[in-house]
Design a protein around this ligand. Structure first.
Ligand code: ADP
Length: 503
């Protein structure tokens, strides 16, 4: 098969979160299964700074955006260690900026335009490059209009006629909502501004567009696939997702073992595998403690967190237990950026608990690897978590995850109980209720278990022995691409009537 992936970020070119890891790894895993794969992402300023080889294709695209036509260029690179082409959609006015989606704390005001341009440019480029894909694999709201375009403005376009679509929801909380007067920017008919299609509580929703029009839908874990069909976690789209439940699957993300494997990571103080984890982690932990200016003490449990400093990641809970927790003999290392409230919290914890807390309030890929290898425990008390990658990286590094039992965390971490321990299945600690008391009790369990290093080593070894690489999941995507081809949905656009208020 021939699969075109479209995403708003991808490793090693541009990254803000887990989506980039997936976009950089899944196309290669699909190609390794014998299929043709390519990836499209915007050519942000970060892409030029990423140090990858980039060449021009000589292709200039004419891309309609609203009432004007803009020119776009297509550059080409490769995913590392592969022949998978990466096509970079360039229009400096939209993408030559410091951030990908906005400045800290607010989105770019022209994000609707930027991602309309990107999506239409991708379709124009697929034609211009003669790619002839079987399936276009869309990811999150930034690509949600592609399935609509394929069934409307581009439905008779040579090179796009029989193309199927699959949309993966990486996080339903981000929906690409814009005011209704942005509708003309899309070039789509006002008739599509209906609650059966693109309209969501009076706004234009790119995510909803994809959920309605894509042939098949996936999300990044089976538990999250069930959760988003409930009112509590459906972010207002649960009704639609229930309607499409037969077309919605959950597939757990994988790890790119070429990037996230303690045997291969050159930035570590020591490289190790499951047989040398004790010595390897001892060296990596000592390095991390020294780097963070913390006392180099092997016996103290070193807790870590890496990620966006936002409510979703459980920072509200952590804030409530932090003071009491840090009064014990523990250390905490945090790498992240996000909500200024949590920046302040970490600065103040650092001041009030000298020698126990270190936070790097920024983005550092290298440090993320060094923390995964050097820490003993990884904290992931997320309120919700579609899949979560850091707990998988932690398992691979012998760093024991502590998780709230939600979404992909349920599907990937086995809570330590006498039974799971005896069966050799326990890999971490999980708590059900999202309350400070439940987190506190779990941290207590962690500290008690830490005192029994034999049990601790069993946890570490069980986690490291699991295979969370893309080899587990890539084949499932290929089955879905085949299913997309088998059952194309009828063209919805023809049956839609104009919105009563706006027609
Ligand atoms: P999400 O996609 O919701 O942000 P995931 O756990 O799925 O969360 O993936 C987050 C990815 O982003 C991981 O690869 C993590 O290491 C990385 N990451 C997040 N924040 C930072 C940061 N400040 N520095 C380096 N890497 C980060």
């Amino acid at each position: 098969m021939n699969i075109v992936f479209v995403a708003s970020e991808g490793v090693p070119f541009a990254k803000t979160g887990g989506l980039a890891d997936v976009a950089g790894a899944l196309p290669r895993a699909v190609a390794e299964l014998g299929h043709k794969a390519s990836l499209f992402i915007p050519c942000y300023r970060k892409v030029w700074e990423a140090g990858q080889d980039i060449v021009g294709t000589g292709i200039t695209l004419k891309v309609p955006v609203g009432s004007t036509t803009l020119l776009g260029h297509v550059h080409e690179s490769r995913l590392p260690d592969s022949d998978v082409p990466v096509y970079l959609i360039d229009h400096p006015h939209y993408f030559d900026r410091e951030g990908l989606y906005g400045h800290p704390g607010h989105d770019f005001e022209d994000n609707c335009e930027r991602f309309v341009f990107f999506q239409r440019a991708v379709l124009e480029a697929v034609v211009a490059l003669g790619l002839k894909p079987d399936v276009i694999h869309c990811n999150d709201w930034q690509t949600g209009l592609i399935p609509v375009y394929l069934q409307t403005l581009y439905k008779n376009r040579s090179g796009l006629v029989d193309v199927g679509t699959l949309l993966t929801i990486h996080n339903l909380a981000y929906q690409g909502l814009f005011w209704h007067w942005d509708m003309p920017i899309t070039g789509l008919d006002w008739g599509l501004f209906s609650h059966h299609a693109l309209e969501f509580h009076g706004k234009l929703s790119f995510m909803k567009a994809g959920l309605v029009f894509a042939d098949l839908l996936t999300t990044v874990s089976p538990t999250y696939a069930r959760e988003i069909q409930t009112q509590q976690q459906g972010a207002g789209l649960d009704g639609l997702l229930r309607e499409r439940s037969a077309d919605l699957r959950g597939i757990v993300n994988g790890i790119d073992e070429k990037i996230w494997c303690p045997m291969h990571e050159t930035m570590l103080a020591a490289r190790y595998d499951v047989n040398s984890v004790v010595e390897g982690k001892t060296a990596c932990k000592a390095w991390l403690q020294a780097h963070a200016g913390l006392p180099v003490r092997p016996e103290v449990p070193l807790f870590a967190q890496i990620g966006r400093l936002v409510d979703q990641k459980g920072w509200d809970l952590l804030a409530q237990v932090a003071e009491g927790f840090l009064n014990q003999d523990v250390q905490l290392v945090v790498l992240g950026t996000g909500d200024p409230r949590y920046h302040d919290l970490l600065r103040s914890l650092h001041e009030r608990h000298p020698g126990k807390v270190w936070a790097y309030l920024g983005f550092s890929d290298v440090l993320a690897h060094q923390i995964e290898a050097g820490a003993d425990v990884f904290l992931m008390p997320s309120l919700f978590e579609p899949c979560g990658l850091n707990q998988l990286y932690s398992l691979a590094h012998g760093t024991v995850p502590v998780v709230h039992a939600t979404g992909g965390l349920v599907d990937t971490v086995v809570d330590l109980t006498p039974k799971t321990l005896a069966e050799g299945r326990a890999t971490g600690f999980a708590f059900r209720e999202s309350t400070p008391a439940a987190l506190w009790r779990t941290l207590d369990r962690v500290l008690n278990t830490w005192r029994d290093q034999e049990v601790w080593r069993n946890l570490v070894r069980a986690g490291m022995s699991e295979d969370w690489t893309w080899h587990r999941s890539a084949g499932k995507y290929v089955e879905l691409y085949q299913e997309v081809q088998r059952r194309r949905r009828p063209h919805l656009a023809q049956s839609l009537t104009p919105h009563p208020v706006l027609s």
